[in-house]
Design a protein around this ligand. Structure first.
Ligand code: HPA
Length: 252
């Protein structure tokens, strides 16, 4: 089974032929909502809306631990996390799709680990490459088959939100080597790694980051959703092809 976490602009997966919905309880509390099960072109998919079905959970209040724990209980082969970002690098214009290769975590105050007990031995994870190379390869392959342009690599800056950044903060992120900025990439990626899950992000550039491109004075918030709506058609096309190629057992 393939798991999709939908972000802003994707509270449901319209290409999914739904079979049922299920509430999954976890020791970490409630996930963002019920999990939607179904098929895309005959292939099993489970979908979770990260911000809840009605897009009501802000990035800093998402129960990332519950979401990833619940997904693990379903043993998905891959988790694809769709996430809206602001483009910092000049070529990351609104509407661009990109599969980041690295992440820098600027978030705070979130429950960011499962290894939090003073009774268990201290546990570290390797996070040199934060995303699964297999899942990323599958995504690139699906994008090629779907004839959708997707950019490779790039550093994702995970920020706290829910406000957008100042122009100076974006300059600082750029100096740090960040190419794009979003609010949900962490601790989601690290939690998936802690549980040994194949996880990668498909980022959708929703806007130029603060102070960049045409957003020198301000970010036009209404336009973000117009861009996302259009881009999600292409994301769905990739997911449809991903379902196909992941089911091709020679390529899993
Ligand atoms: N900043 C942070 N998160 C975002 C942005 C942004 O500009 N656009 C979409 N998510």
């Amino acid at each position: 089974m393939l798991a999709i976490i939908g972000g802003s602009g994707m509270t449901q997966l319209s290409c999914l032929k739904i079979s049922h919905r299920r509430v999954i309880r976890t020791p970490y509390g409630e996930p963002s909502g019920p999990f939607t099960f179904g098929t895309v072109n005959g292939h099993d998919i489970v979908f979770l809306a990260r911000h809840g079905h009605g897009h009501t959970i802000p990035p800093h209040r998402i129960n990332y631990r519950a979401n990833i724990w619940a997904l693990r209980s379903l043993s998905p082969e891959h988790i694809v996390a769709v996430a809206a970002v602001g483009g910092i690098r000049e070529d990351l214009t609104p509407g661009t799709l990109i599969i980041p290769g690295q992440v820098i975590d600027y978030t705070y105050g979130r429950d960011f680990t499962y290894f939090d007990s003073s009774e268990d031995p201290v546990t570290h994870i390797d996070f040199t490459d934060p995303y699964s190379s297999v899942t990323r390869m599958q995504l690139f392959r699906a994008a090629r088959l779907a004839d959708e342009a997707v950019m490779d690599s790039g550093v994702y800056a995970a920020v706290q939100g829910p406000r957008l950044e100042t122009a100076a903060e974006i300059n600082r992120l750029e100096r740090d080597g960040c190419d794009m900025v979003g609010m949900t990439g962490m601790p989601e990626a690290a939690l998936a790694r802690e549980l040994g899950l194949n996880y990668a992000t498909l980022a959708v550039v929703a806007n130029y980051a603060a102070g960049r491109g045409t957003n020198v004075a301000a970010i036009p918030l209404k336009e973000i959703y117009v861009v996302l709506e259009k881009a999600m058609v292409r994301v769905r096309n990739i997911i449809e092809h991903l379902a196909k190629c992941y089911d091709d057992k020679t390529n899993t």
